[in-house]
Design a protein around this ligand. Structure first.
Ligand code: ZN
Length: 132
């Protein structure tokens, strides 16, 4: 099981590490360690043939799954979607989901979770360029 270690934290930012991603195994959520307030990010691995042991959906949060390595099937409302390194999948909150590794090597993925619709109030000008 991998642990996320907090390396530095100020009011302005938090820095953590799970170590070398090629050695990562298990599951790590960033929210509590890095004190995020608007997004949750998790890293997870599944061994060959292993599946997340439950299906789930969300009340308000959409998720984006980014496959780092390996391959598998993401079952979305009963539909099997093949995913492999480089796949990026957005899932709406109410959709039932379950990820399983159908390959022969470990599957490493990142799951980003944020409140659906929370970007609606942003314009494309949320980022503010700074000039010195
Ligand atoms: Zn979820």
């Amino acid at each position: 099981m991998s642990n996320l270690q907090l390396q530095q934290s100020t009011k302005a930012f938090s820095v953590g590490t799970v170590g070398d991603l090629t050695d990562f195994a298990g599951k790590a959520f960033i929210k509590d360690t890095l004190q995020t307030t608007g997004v949750e990010v998790s890293l997870g691995t599944l061994a060959a043939g292993e599946a997340v042991p439950f299906r789930h959906h969300h009340r308000e949060n959409e998720e984006v799954y980014l496959l780092i390595s390996g391959e598998g099937v993401l079952t979305l409302d009963g539909e099997d979607i093949h995913v492999a390194s480089g796949s990026i999948v957005r899932v709406s909150p109410a959709v039932s989901r379950q990820l399983r590794n159908t390959g022969t090597s470990p599957l490493l993925h990142v799951c980003i979770q944020a409140k659906a619709g929370s970007l609606d109030h942003y314009t494309m000008n949320d980022g503010v360029l700074e000039e010195d």
